[in-house]
Design a protein. Structure first.
Length: 330
């Protein structure tokens, strides 16, 4: 008897529509029964309906087991931030992993950035114009930070990792990041077998270049996690290989980090691997680990062969050709 899941699909804008079709083609090759529910969101949706994220789409995501999201353009903050808030998706996971035949800075990079997703500087309506400029509020609460830090330690145990690194700026942001660092070591006492360390965010930015193999799990606040994860993408060959997950109490959403890339949209040359790896993360969330392994192994074979690659990876193949080759290698 095959497992059955209801999956929300939000293609979004630009290459999101192309790469999500690629991911669905591969999911359909598995011995799993997926029922897809499509929702609209993004720039095109705003132009068509007057809103970037209709309530109907939010309801679809809430009523499904997981969501695959392609990309949003200028309305990305209105779409993805609101979805995170609506579904209480407090954890943003961004793996940074080196693959063969890519522009990875070095080999054997494999770490996860666990980013707090609901507060910090990324809260809607927490900016205001003043007579002299503008003010943005940075909010750190004990409840949210305990939740994300505990999640990071549990993730380390579940994935056989031995170290968690706390990234902050407590020497300057003494009250907000001071609290974050304090909570990290408080929670860490519950996990005596996990090694614990902390670095300032600016030092971490350097260490990601000079000693990336030393990291296993990084836990940090919203803005720092956003910046460091894009630096991580640069370490391993660019955004075309970086998936992400948004995990919460009421749902989970999986998306590539690369955005809508309007400059290549519609040309059929977008790299679908980040979207496919996002689907792999979704399968692991659904505990379909054997199927996730199958797809990831097929991608490894594709990259090792180095003959069917999109332009960003030094090849000349189309999105469809890469997708079909991954299917052949499953």
């Amino acid at each position: 008897m095959t497992n059955k899941y209801k999956i929300a699909i939000i293609p979004g804008d630009g290459i999101g529509k192309e790469v999500i079709d690629a991911a669905i083609s591969i999911l359909n090759e598995l011995n799993i029964d997926f029922d897809y529910e499509y929702g609209e969101a993004g720039d095109d949706c705003l132009e068509k309906t007057g809103t970037a994220l209709p309530q109907e789409t939010i309801d679809i995501v809430k009523n499904c087991d997981a969501c695959l999201f392609g990309a949003a353009g200028e309305t990305a903050a209105d779409v993805i931030v609101k979805l995170r808030q609506e579904l209480k998706m407090f954890a943003n996971l961004r793996p940074v992993k080196s693959y063969p035949n890519t522009n990875s800075l070095t080999e054997n990079i494999d770490f996860m950035i666990v980013r707090e997703n609901t507060e910090g500087l990324y809260i809607a309506n927490q900016e205001e114009i003043t007579s002299n400029g503008a003010i943005a509020k940075r909010i750190i609460t004990r409840e949210a930070e305990e939740r994300i830090i505990d999640y990071a330690f549990k993730y380390a145990i579940e994935n056989n990792k031995s170290k968690v690194t706390c990234v902050h700026k407590a020497n300057v942001l003494k009250k907000s990041d001071g609290l974050f660092k304090e909570i990290f070591y408080e929670i860490g006492e519950k996990y005596p077998d996990i090694e614990k360390e902390d670095f300032y965010v600016d030092a971490t930015a350097m260490y990601l270049i000079t000693q990336p193999q030393n990291f296993e799990i990084i836990v940090t606040t919203n803005l720092f996690g956003d910046i460091l994860s894009d630096e991580g993408a640069g370490l391993v060959g660019g955004l075309g290989l970086i998936p992400s997950a948004n995990i919460g109490k009421d749902g989970a959403l999986f998306e590539p980090v690369h955005g809508s890339a309007p400059d290549i949209a519609g040309k059929g040359i977008a790299n679908p691997i980040a979207m496919i790896l996002s689907a792999v993360m979704m399968l692991r969330y659904l505990t379909e680990n054997d199927s996730a392994d199958r797809i990831e192994n097929a991608i490894l074979k594709l990259l090792n062969q180095g003959t069917v690659l999109t332009e960003d990876l030094g090849g000349k193949s189309t999105t469809l050709e890469v997708t079909n080759e991954i299917i052949n290698l499953l």
